[in-house]
Design a protein around this ligand. Sequence first.
Ligand SMILES: *[C@@H]1O[C@H](CO)[C@@H](O)[C@H](O)[C@H]1NC(C)=O
Ligand SMILES: *[C@@H]1O[C@H](CO)[C@@H](O)[C@H](O)[C@H]1NC(C)=O
Length: 216
Amino acid sequence: MSTRFLLLSTIAHCIICAVFAFEPSPLQDFCIADSTSSTRVNGQACKSPSSVGAADFSFSGLHIPGNTSNPNGSRVSPVNVAQLHRLNTLSISMVRIDYAPWGINPPHTHPRATEILTVIEGSLQVGFVTSNPENRLIMKTLQKGDVFVFPIRLIHFQRNVGTKNAVAIAALSSQNPGVITIANAVFGSKPDISSDILTKAFQIEPSLVHNLQAKF
Ligand SMILES: *[C@@H]1O[C@H](CO)[C@@H](O)[C@H](O)[C@H]1NC(C)=O
Ligand SMILES: *[C@@H]1O[C@H](CO)[C@@H](O)[C@H](O)[C@H]1NC(C)=O
């Protein structure tokens, strides 16, 4: 094999890696998700195009405030492929987030999406943390109309720093971004991660681990 061939094949391989690291481009105008199909693909099986109508392309209700009476003081109302079947294979989705005064959207990550958020009511403190070893916190207070980006997979959060309710709209670069809420995943896994692991990992007393496991 010539060096040139090796070089070209390495480049081709890298291009293929880059393409497959993200959701593939659609191969047809639309592939409305058929949530009743048992076919397992990366995404969801397509409905027959002839049975598709306007209802498959629309969603109503994001004007309705979410109920924030919960320990977080926030509520995420998603519009992803589960709510809007048209999003299947389109690498995009949306959420509305409501925050009570001082409510938080707790530290979490989206395993499959970058998020771009804008404040449409109130003011929010937002932040994310870079990966090891820096673990740098990048934070900003946003006012109505400000936009902030949370890079894919990094741990991020929001907090309402106003005395009134706050509302944000965010778009995510996946039809099914997924969410891993750190506290719930670490202290609320089923079954529990054994407490001696968490005691060492967080350098805290076993009683505190049990307390957190009971909460989540
Ligand atoms: C909001 O949620 C709380 C707690 O689950 C519930 O008690 C309350 O009735 C809900 N409020 C509305 C308007 O649905
Ligand atoms: C807080 O919000 C997250 C993300 O929506 C949710 O997974 C979690 O259960 C909530 N925690 C509590 C204590 O309500």
